[in-house]
Design a protein around this ligand. Structure first.
Ligand SMILES: [Zn+2]
Length: 268
């Protein structure tokens, strides 16, 4: 397994109780509470040592992880979950539509497409559905179904505080279009309607008031650039206009992909 630590991003507290502990390839966030740590996703296989070191740099420990919530069932988001369960006995959560991927029943993890060995599978402790409110370790996380990238991709809305002020942080759990191409959907017997579902989800999510955008991958919200601007008077992660702009950009990307596919089809 490759050591992925050359991708390291400095771990930081984005808010009073949400830490970024992922790397350049994929985000991992830690929600802190008196009852333990809740991880949002567990990264690619091979990232666990780096996640542990990031937690330690913030005075935390991997052994404090009590729960793991997954955005969707791709290998870069559950790559270390089985290992974490073994080490800490953490409870695990995933959207009900993607549960069969992480148990290994359905071959949709993207390991093959990314040229990786499959990640170790696991049996989720809990599955969630649209509108559920999860309360691991006393945290409050509202989940909204946002399918498209996978059938069981969800967005998370997290109540947190920044400088003692209550704010809402949110993450769209998967916006990559690679898994929404006509070719990919057809090859896996998935419905083309997932693209329309994705668009509907983006518009529905845009109605939510969000103060802080969390990236599912750090490029989505310029995690690194913002970390570089931390330490001043303002928290660079707080930007109530970013959520709407981000979702709109996702819809523009979808339109571009659909137009390119239509062009290719017309040239045949
Ligand atoms: Zn994915």
């Amino acid at each position: 397994m490759t050591d992925r630590r050359e991708n390291a991003i400095m771990p930081v507290m984005l808010t009073d109780d949400i830490a970024f502990v992922g790397d350049r390839s994929v985000s991992v966030h830690a929600l802190l509470s008196d009852e333990g740590i809740v991880l949002l996703d567990t990264g690619f296989p091979g990232m666990l040592e780096g996640i542990g070191e990031s937690l330690e740099a913030l005075g935390l420990s991997l052994s404090g992880v009590r729960a793991v919530i997954h955005t969707h069932g791709h290998i870069d988001h559950y790559g270390n979950t089985a290992d974490i369960i073994r080490r800490t006995g953490a409870a695990t959560y995933i959207g009900r539509e993607d549960a069969d991927i992480v148990t290994g029943k359905r071959d949709l993890s993207w390991a093959k497409e990314l040229g990786l060995a499959p990640a170790e599978t696991f049996q989720p402790s809990f599955t969630f559905s649209d509108g559920d409110v999860l309360t691991p370790c006393g945290r409050r996380i509202r989940v909204l179904h946002a399918p498209g990238h996978t059938e069981g991709t969800y967005a998370f809305f997290i109540e947190t505080k920044a400088g003692g002020v209550p704010v809402t942080a949110a993450m769209h759990g998967g916006v990559g279009l690679n898994s929404m191409s006509r070719a990919f959907l057809a090859s896996h017997g998935l419905p083309l309607s997932l693209r329309g579902d994705f668009r509907c989800g983006l518009r529905r999510l845009a109605r939510e008031k969000v103060d802080i955008v969390l990236g599912n991958h750090p490029q989505q919200n310029d995690t690194e650039g913002k970390i570089g601007r931390m330490g001043g008077k303002e928290n660079p992660f707080i930007d109530p206009s970013e959520w709407g702009r981000f979702l709109l950009a996702c819809e523009t990307d979808l339109d571009r992909m659909l137009a390119e596919e239509a062009d290719m089809e017309a040239q045949k």
